[in-house]
Design a protein around this ligand. Structure first.
Ligand SMILES: Nc1nc2c(ncn2[C@@H]2O[C@H](COP(=O)(O)OP(=O)(O)O)[C@@H](O)[C@H]2O)c(=O)[nH]1
Ligand SMILES: [Mg+2]
Length: 407
């Protein structure tokens, strides 16, 4: 391996039995990255002579490209297959940017330069190569069945994670570039082939760009993808939904709201049944529904932003009641307004309820469950001091205050 000084881009290529295409890929990468200090990390799980071919090609190649092949022996080392191979490559990468590219030339290597330049020009955290934008194509996908599954999976992911993927047209594509710091301290636990989804959902990124590309047919060798990969992609999405607190917040919010409505209605019906006054049944039903929602939002929807101190929790409970009341008022006002335009009460109310839910979500997200640590840090940065979050241990707070006093 050549020595790595000021490496700008680490290219990670997972390989399994790619003896037919790997030489071409390396030569094309060499040409594509001329002038850019780059390293190529091949994480290989082959049973054929792919590693020997890599050795041969690397010996012959001249130029500044540093090429390293990490061969994993059959057995537990290969657990996780493609996705664990990419994670290993990312862990080994040294450059500011890391790019992932398949070895079978379905991803055009010459496009890597475009991805890198796009990232540099726009200071982007992620640049996704996309098959689904004007100028791109997914014609190289093998048969109508695979095209259908690919589109179906893409839309499943976009619907499940709307906040994260709203501006991403090819979230499950395997050809992309990231600023490596967006996965610093992030535990990646992908299942199957969709490592891009893992990084998009768990990574700490702010800006994304897309570059269209044409997905070619395989240049040689065999695809290792089968129906099992589709099932694994769904398992992967479920894992992200359960494990990543910020993922699919809107769906978690709607689920909690649904539970709250059931509790509200059940309490209301029961109290009426035992002869309670109607106003009493209404108030108690609404209160129990609201308390249920607050508790579940703390446990599910905003668990990464909940307060752990008793005072913080009490404050949030109060704010949540306030924001829920405001959304009910918004519901009534919107209903009254809509009645002027559409003369069908059920439609007016359905639209008003939906808009009120948006109000409720926005208030909960921006007013109730706010990341206190982030706000403190913002103010601290403004004042030039180091302040820890309100939930930090007392000793750390003392240290921070002392540090502040010494400035
Ligand atoms: N290291 C490693 N690479 C794999 C594995 N499975 C597939 N790959 C590589 O991942 C890339 C995409 O795989 P491919 O079979 O072409 O999937 P498809 O494009 O979805 O048909 C190729 O470069 C494969 O060699 C695996 O288990 N381990
Ligand atoms: Mg392929």
């Amino acid at each position: 391996m050549n020595s790595l000084t000021n490496c700008a881009i680490s290219v990670i290529t997972p390989t399994r039995n790619e003896r037919e295409t790997i030489a071409q890929l390396l030569n094309k990468l060499q040409r594509a990255l001329t002038g850019i200090p780059a390293e190529v990390i091949i994480v290989d799980d082959s049973d054929d002579d792919t590693p020997a071919v890599i050795k041969q090609v690397t010996k012959k190649m001249r130029g500044s490209l540093s090429i390293r092949c990490i061969h994993r022996k059959p057995g537990p080392e290969r657990d996780g297959g493609l996705s664990s191979a990419v994670c290993l490559g990312l862990a080994e990468a040294k450059a500011e940017y890391a790019a992932i590219i398949d070895a079978d030339l379905q991803h055009p290597p010459q496009m890597l330069r475009n991805l890198y330049e796009e990232a540099r020009e726009h200071n982007a955290d992620i640049v996704m190569a996309t098959r689904y934008k004007s100028g791109g194509s997914y014609e190289g996908l093998d048969g109508a069945g695979r095209k259908f599954i690919s589109l179906g999976m893409k839309w499943t992911a976009k619907i499940l994670f709307p906040e994260t993927l709203k501006s991403v047209s090819d979230p499950l594509g395997g050809f992309f570039l990231i600023r490596r710091s967006i996965i610093d301290g992030v535990e990646l636990r992908p299942i199957g082939y969709k490592i891009s989804l893992e990084i998009l959902v768990r990574g700490k990124w702010n800006s994304i760009r897309e570059v269209p590309y044409q997905f070619h047919a395989r240049a040689g060798g065999q695809s290792k993808s089968d129906l099992k990969q589709g099932i694994m992609a769904l398992q992967h999405m479920w894992r992200l939904l359960c494990e990543a607190p910020q993922a699919a917040r809107i769906w978690k919010f709607l689920f909690v709201g649904f539970c709250g409505t059931i509790i509200n209605l059940a309490t209301f019906t029961y109290l009426l049944h035992i002869g309670a006054a109607e106003w009493f049944a209404l108030v108690i039903g609404a209160e129990l529904g609201t308390l249920n929602n607050f508790t579940l939002h703390n446990l599910i929807t905003w668990r990464d932003k909940r307060s752990t101190s008793l005072s913080g929790l009490a404050q949030n409970a109060l704010k949540f009641h306030l924001s829920s009341s405001m959304s009910i008022i918004a519901n009534f006002l919107l209903y009254a307004l809509l009645r002027h335009f559409i003369a069908i009460p059920i439609i007016d109310n359905a639209v008003a309820i939906m808009l009120a839910m948006i109000v409720n979500y926005t208030l909960a997200d921006t007013f109730v469950f706010v990341d206190r640590g982030a706000i403190s840090k913002m103010f601290a940065a403004f004042r030039g001091k180091k302040v820890l979050s309100e939930d930090a241990p007392a000793t750390s707070l003392v240290e921070a205050q002392t540090a502040g006093a010494q400035k």
